[in-house]
Structure formats: structure tokens, C-alpha cells
Design a protein around this ligand. Structure first.
Ligand SMILES: [Zn+2]
Length: 162
């Protein structure tokens, strides 16, 4: 089970750039047009939503990036990037987490999507705050338990029961 964002991509009404208007008084990262609070309303929980998926993924899979993460929209793609840089950070344990995440994002080839980079950096920094206050690094992987011998026998018996 993986958690996806069930929200449509938000498109800037002025330039068509796709981004996540996750806070009030926000501006388009590309053309800097002001985005109305009406528009941002349903995206205000986005940061918590992404952090929530990360918490669940780590418990289920032992890491933030699930084995099979299908990206069906741009925000899924953004989340995929976030999961991966946080997995890398947990492995590396850098002293300066914020710098480390920013450096990783710099290494991605953004082409003409340079504005997305700054935007995703901001999202990563918001998630980093939750990561540290809620101690995501302490989340333990719930390894699936294999059935005990008694349970196996019970399962075997139940096949013969009416
Ligand atoms: Zn715009």
C-alpha cells in the first residue's frame, strides 16, 4: 500500500506552471503572480500529507521510498523526489541536513524547470521541520511477522473444517 495525493495538480492561473500552493499568501514560483487564498485552501495540508505518507512508508517498508511508486501526476513525482532525498539523508546522517538536501536537489537536472527546484527545496525544508520535531529517524520498520507454528497448524486444519 502506498499513499498518493488525491488532489489535482495546481496550475498557475497566469503562466500555467504546476506547483503546490501549500500555504496562504503564496506566489507562483515561476511568474510570481499572487495566488488567491481560495485556491490554496485545499492544498494547505499538503506538507502534513506528504509527511504522513513518509511516516507510514517507513513503518511498512523501512524507508520513505516505497518499492513501487508509480507517478501518475506531477505531485506524485515531487513526492518521489522528496522520499528519495530523505532516504539518502537518513543513510548519510549529514551534520547540516538542510544543506545536504539542497545539494541533492542541485544535482538533479532541472532544465527549464529551475523554478521547481527552489519550490521543492522549500517543501523539503518544511518537511525537515516535521521530520525532526516528530523524530522520523526513530520510526521503526514493522517487519511482517511470520506465522507461529501453532498458527500454521491452525491454518492447515481450517482447510479441512466445514
Ligand atoms: Zn505563474
Amino acid at each position: 500500500m502506498t499513499l498518493h495525493f488525491h488532489k489535482p495538480n495546481y496550475e498557475c492561473p497566469n503562466c500555467g506552471a504546476i506547483f503546490l500552493p501549500y500555504k496562504r499568501d503564496t506566489k507562483c514560483p515561476k511568474c510570481e503572480v499572487a495566488i488567491s487564498d481560495n485556491d490554496t485552501e485545499k492544498y494547505l495540508n499538503s506538507i502534513e500529507d506528504i509527511a504522513g505518507s513518509m511516516r507510514i512508508h517507513k513503518r511498512l517498508y523501512g524507508k520513505f521510498t516505497p518499492g513501487a511508486w508509480l507517478t501518475s501526476n506531477i505531485m506524485d513525482h515531487v513526492q518521489g523526489i522528496i522520499f528519495q532525498i530523505f532516504d539518502a539523508m537518513e543513510e548519510k546522517k549529514p551534520k547540516n541536513q538542510e544543506q545536504y538536501l539542497a545539494d541533492l536537489l542541485d544535482q538533479i537536472g532541472w532544465g527549464d524547470q529551475e523554478y521547481s527546484k527552489a519550490h521543492i527545496k522549500n517543501i523539503a525544508i518544511e518537511i525537515l521541520k516535521i521530520y525532526n520535531t516528530e523524530k522520523f529517524y526513530e520510526i521503526e520498520y514493522d517487519k511482517p511477522l511470520s506465522p507461529t507454528k501453532g498458527e500454521k497448524i491452525k491454518m492447515w486444519f481450517s482447510k479441512f473444517l466445514p
